[in-house]
Design a protein around this ligand. Structure first.
Ligand SMILES: N[C@@H](CCC(=O)N[C@@H](CS)C(=O)NCC(=O)O)C(=O)O
Length: 287
């Protein structure tokens, strides 16, 4: 537990009993903690993930590719329960040495290709299918810039604001102030950009939008970190609101949002996805 008057010792040591929500899974070392095989389906892409905002980026992209007619993007999505420590199993770590969802195998070529980091997966898929990334030099640079912006800023929103506002065992004003300010600044960056162009990369929807939407959309729609939408006064960001509502009305994006969820109201999510017909199990109106 953190003491407000804490004085760091000369050398930090790991205190397993820090009382935080993630105390059971977080540790200061990397690598597999146990032997475990991963399941494999029949499709070219095998996704090992969980329906968090980082996981949703990839299921949105795969569903959008399929909806755009890229049948080669068919995928099996398997659930990785990070609360149970599945990300430390040997075959998962062989794909992602960083032990975090999502992890992706591209089996479409002669040799399997492993991918970790959601941004790398979006770029790999966009290049492979020639979709959701502009082809002109300027547009491509803009798209990659906004993609990297999202990848670089998510930890301030999730690991910073979300952690200290919603999950830390004590409320630390300094930390909450610092990350609230940063999260609002990031919303303002997106809001100003979306005031000058319909999408982050410009006139066309792209992987930059698929990366940013699960994060900004979840906060804007009041689905993340308790009452963060009110606390951060997110209704102020009207251009973000317009963009969130538009993305949220796309059937393929909505399908991506419900894959690999571990819990929720029955009939509103899929723990695994192996075929387009899996979505038929959902309650009418979910997608
Ligand atoms: N930068 C990574 C972040 C991935 C990430 O933070 N994943 C979280 C869930 S959203 C995770 O697997 N956490 C498990 C852990 O920290 O042990 C990406 O975008 O792929």
């Amino acid at each position: 537990m953190t003491d407000p008057e804490y004085t760091p010792p000369a050398v930090w040591t790991w205190n397993k009993e820090n009382g935080g929500r993630f105390a059971a899974i977080n540790r200061p070392t990397a690598g597999a903690q146990f032997e475990r095989k991963l399941p494999r389906g029949e499709h070219p892409f095998q996704l090992y993930s969980l329906g968090t905002p980082n996981g949703m980026k990839v299921t949105i992209m795969l569903e959008e590719l399929l909806a755009a007619g890229h049948s080669g993007a068919e995928y099996d999505a398997w659930l990785i329960n990070i609360g149970e420590g599945d990300q430390f199993g040997s075959e998962f770590v062989a794909i992602n040495p960083n032990s975090k969802i999502p992890a992706l195998l591209d089996l479409s070529g002669p040799e399997p290709i492993r991918l970790f980091e959601s941004g790398a997966m979006l770029l790999h898929l966009a290049e492979k299918f020639g979709a959701f990334i502009p082809t002109d030099a300027n547009g491509r640079a803009e798209c990659l810039s906004w993609l990297m912006w999202q990848m670089a800023s998510a930890p301030f929103i999730g690991g910073g604001f979300g952690h200290f506002y919603a999950y830390a065992p004590i409320k630390i004003e300094y930390a909450i102030d610092r990350y609230s300010m940063e999260t609002k600044r990031l919303f303002d960056v997106a809001d100003q950009r979306l005031g000058e162009s319909p999408y982050l990369a410009g006139d066309a929807i792209s992987i930059a939008d698929f990366a940013a939407f699960p994060w900004l959309g979840a906060l804007y729609r009041g689905l993340a970190y308790n009452d963060a939408k009110t606390f951060l006064a997110l209704d102020e960001y009207t251009n973000v609101g317009r963009w969130v509502m538009e993305l949220n009305s796309r059937p393929a994006t909505r399908r991506g949002l419900v894959v690999n969820r571990g819990q929720g109201e029955e009939g509103t999510f899929l723990t695994e996805r192996h075929s387009a017909s899996d979505f038929d199990q959902l309650k009418p109106g979910t997608i």
